[in-house]
Write a protein that binds this ligand. Structure first.
Ligand SMILES: [Zn+2]
Length: 221
């Protein structure tokens, strides 16, 4: 895409399809999809020094300190498969983390290229998340509008559907509030740095993917 290493942050509310978009955009651009969750699991599984260090905090039920996470990120982006750059998915979550990441990249002569927000209104998120139901017998997940349970199925039929507590209206409202509290300051931070781009997340996944790609192309010469 460009000679310059691209470091892209993807932000989006629950239900925006961020994970899927991240995977697909990484495939189309050659950027590494750097999921913070996957990175932790890999370090824990391989018993790396940083993984062991992180585990000492997790075992105590404490959050892994940002500097440990950032050291993991720096190690991960130094590898060959991240040569073109990477797409950060799941980090940073706070302005404090964003500042620390900027500083760490800056020490290497790098910087965040752009932050892309997949923008979806609260109403739409509530509609998407609120319709989620799962089969009481086998656990398969459906959506009342987008992927309805099958009437003819002996197991996954309408009457067998339950709604997880997580998908109930109060829980969704709470998740949206947590997201807003965390992300709005982050959005403001990158906007102020003139590094925020936003795509309309209320289109088809294909259209969102195209707009995401266009947003990345716009910042790569
Ligand atoms: Zn079932």
């Amino acid at each position: 895409m460009t000679d310059q290493t691209m470091y892209v942050i993807l932000l989006g509310p629950p239900g925006a399809g961020k994970g899927t978009q991240a995977v697909q955009t990484a495939e189309r651009t050659g950027l590494l999809h750097l999921s913070t969750g996957d990175m932790f699991r890999e370090n824990l599984r391989n018993g790396t020094e940083l993984g062991s260090l992180a585990k000492t905090f997790m075992d105590k039920g404490e959050l892994v300190p940002d500097d440990v996470t950032i050291r993991m990120l720096l190690e991960r982006i130094s590898r060959e498969d991240a040569r073109a750059g990477c797409l950060f998915d799941g980090f940073p979550r706070t302005v404090e983390q964003a500042r620390a990441l900027d500083e760490a990249l800056g020490e290497q002569g790098n910087e965040i290229t752009v932050t892309v927000l997949i923008d979806v209104s609260d109403e739409e998120i509530t509609r998407r998340l609120g319709g989620r139901v799962s089969c009481a017998s086998c656990g398969s997940v459906f959506h009342e509008i987008f992927n309805p349970p099958k009437a003819e199925s002996p197991c996954c039929d309408q009457v067998n559907m339950i709604q997880r507590d997580d998908d109930k209206p109060a829980a969704i409202a709470n998740r949206l509030q947590v997201y807003a509290d965390q992300t709005e300051p982050l959005v403001a931070y990158y906007r102020q740095a003139d590094k925020l781009s936003s795509v309309n997340g209320e289109q088809s996944p294909q259209a969102v993917g195209e707009d995401l790609l266009a947003a990345l192309q716009a910042v790569s010469d």
